[in-house]
Design a protein around this ligand. Structure first.
Ligand code: GDP
Length: 365
């Protein structure tokens, strides 16, 4: 192959004239050495978090997000010790399609709360971040006021791993934030996929932001997500949109009445707001407070949290089991021929699964 052709076909093009950096980066090496030296012991982490030290909280969250076994080990010990100091908060999930106004809403409701002295942590589950390698929810220009508010702490989404993994980490980050004195937790997610269910399983109150007149189809909101909502908030109820928003409020209220009764005994509410003009924000907070009072009185609030813990336990078992099965060398070696047998109709899928499972269990016991 000629040199020219080779270059054309190669994915690895080196632009002429640009000096290539040395493969040994002394700055990165020094940084690594420094970070190893700076890795606090578990007690110092826990003390820092309980002292509401944000720098230490951020470092602990970085450990939770890390996939290095040493970091995970320390992170788990920190979480264990923080657990007894966590839980004293209201956890609110906020979802809606891109452009509905989530960050503007979080900024408005967030400022309303921090002005009253609440300590707010804003976390995010961003399903797109793995694909784009850059978290849209972590964009620094969003939530400009909150990001410099002493009573608020904004942490972008952990950007690596499966949704299940990211969700588990977010749950652990909630524990750390609560131990660090945050009494209000927002978990934001883009309402386009699976992540709502994950968020729903870690919050007390689930808020769905919508727009008037956009049609549910267009908003990509599935009925299942509407059924999960404790409140539907129609945003951008301002200017020419105000009347449409009021009409949508009536329509959604009627639609919600057709949904099955919720386990909490709470009837989901519909409200309008303008996150931009900061109108309707107080009313929405009132709804959340009403929910909290009702469900705490009935005990549902605490029951739901316990059930969420159990769910996490079972999901962790399932995830670990499935990973162990996938990585088992006997299973791996059997898989190609068994797959072929299923594809050619030699054995049934059920029998194939049984054979693989039998070999797996024989191999691990
Ligand atoms: P996100 O993608 O859901 O986080 O939405 P953003 O908060 O980034 O808002 C998307 C766009 O809608 C921005 O241009 C906002 O200025 C605008 N927006 C957000 N809230 C309102 C509102 O209450 N009224 C109006 N008119 N525009 C809004």
């Amino acid at each position: 192959m000629s040199e020219k052709k080779k270059n054309k076909n190669s994915a690895l093009k080196v632009n002429k004239g640009i000096e290539q950096p040395s493969s040994f980066n002394p700055d990165a090496w020094n940084q690594l050495k420094k970070s190893r030296q700076e890795l606090l012991d578990v007690d110092s982490f826990v003390k820092g978090i309980l002292d509401h030290n944000r720098t230490i909280l951020s470092k602990a969250i970085t450990l939770v997000e890390s996939s290095l076994p040493l970091h995970q080990k320390i992170a788990q010990e920190i979480i264990e010790q923080c657990l007894p100091h966590s839980g004293n908060s209201i956890r609110i999930g906020i979802t809606g399609v891109p452009g509905v106004g989530k960050s503007t809403f979080i900024e408005s409701l967030g400022k309303y709360l921090t002005n009253q002295g609440n300590k707010l942590a804003v976390l995010a589950i961003d399903p797109s971040s793995e694909r784009t390698k850059g978290s849209i929810l972590g964009d620094k220009t969003r939530m400009e006021e909150l990001s410099v508010d002493a009573n608020a702490y904004i942490r972008p989404s952990p950007s690596a791993g499966s949704l299940g993994g990211v969700a588990r980490k977010t749950k652990e980050i909630i524990v750390l934030c609560e131990a660090a004195g945050f009494d209000t937790i927002f978990v934001e997610t883009v309402g386009v996929g699976q992540s709502e269910t994950a968020v729903h399983s870690m919050v007390d109150f689930f808020l769905l932001l919508m727009l008037a007149g956009a049609g549910d189809e267009l908003q990509g909101i599935k009925r299942g997500i509407m059924e999960m909502a404790d409140a539907i908030v129609i945003n951008k109820a301002d200017g020419d949109n105000l009347q449409k928003a009021k009409m949508a409020k009536r329509e959604y209220s009627n639609a919600l009445h057709l949904f099955p009764l919720t386990d909490s005994g709470w009837t989901p509410m519909v409200e309008t707001c303008s996150a931009r003009d900061k109108s309707g924000i107080e009313e929405i907070w009132d709804i959340i407070k009403q929910y909290q009072t009702l469900t705490k009185e009935s005990g549902y609030f605490f029951q739901q949290r316990k059930e969420q813990e159990l769910k996490i336990m079972f999901e962790t078992i399932k995830a670990n089991f499935s990973e162990s099965f996938d990585n088992n060398h006997i299973v791996k070696s059997m898989l190609p021929s068994i797959e072929n047998d299923v594809l050619t109709g030699k054995i049934s899928a059920y029998k194939a699964a049984q054979e693989l499972l039998d070999s797996y269990f024989k191999n691990i016991s």
